[in-house]
Design a protein around this ligand. Sequence first.
Ligand code: KIV
Length: 263
Amino acid sequence: MLKNFLQMKKNKEKIVMTTCYDATMAKILSQSNIDMFLVGDSVGMTKLGYKNTLSVTMADMIHYTSAVVRGTNKDKVVVVADMPYKSYEDNTQLAVENAKKLIDCGADMVKLEGGVEIIESIKSIINEGIKIVSHLGLMPQSIDKMGGYKVQCRDNQSQKKLLEDSLLLQSVGVSMIVFEGIPEQVAKFVTEKLDIPTIGIGAGKYCDGQVLVIDDLLGMFQDFTPKFVKKYANLAQIIQDATKQYSKEVKELNFPQEVNTYK
Ligand code: KIV
């Protein structure tokens, strides 16, 4: 079931998205009033130990998207799969083939980073009836061009480009746009110019929805914490406390006990 996100925007009902990378978490989060799961290429950092998203492949995304779909209650949650670096940018046929592979895994929509530069790929994918989420502002697949993870759209020229790209993407049929790492007032201005919803991450409170990386939200990812992250739990600590206790009990011969033992 694809929710009516346009209607949610009209009704001013916020859209809630988290990343999700596996079936167990998808099962848990399917009961958490989350509207959308993003199988993000952030999986490169959160699960695969890479420094950034550039090493993530189509094979990785197929693997993780399939797992998330198996665990997701599709009556409640829409699954978006990221198209990884070099899988869509300058070859429309490859873009369509790869988008279809992710839809074949059970994803409802695919997400691509960029505006006018990749518009031919976007149009080709939409022509095949596949729904697209775009991603503008801080685009992690372009960190080399952007000189690192820096807030974007601080000057007039880049703000104008953000608006133009957003309107162009809407005009060709993109379903929603993720705005990452841009000033709140810029996100507000463009969001109000669009009929399609915007989902913010480090883009302030005026976007039509919010997305956070689940490992950040739960306090599992410890390498760095961007300003826009709120940790709603400290799972890293809970996991360490539990596993230290397990280790202690095994070493002191207190586990397993009678109750854990077959006779
Ligand atoms: O890969 C990802 O997690 C993302 C979010 C930061 C939006 O693209």
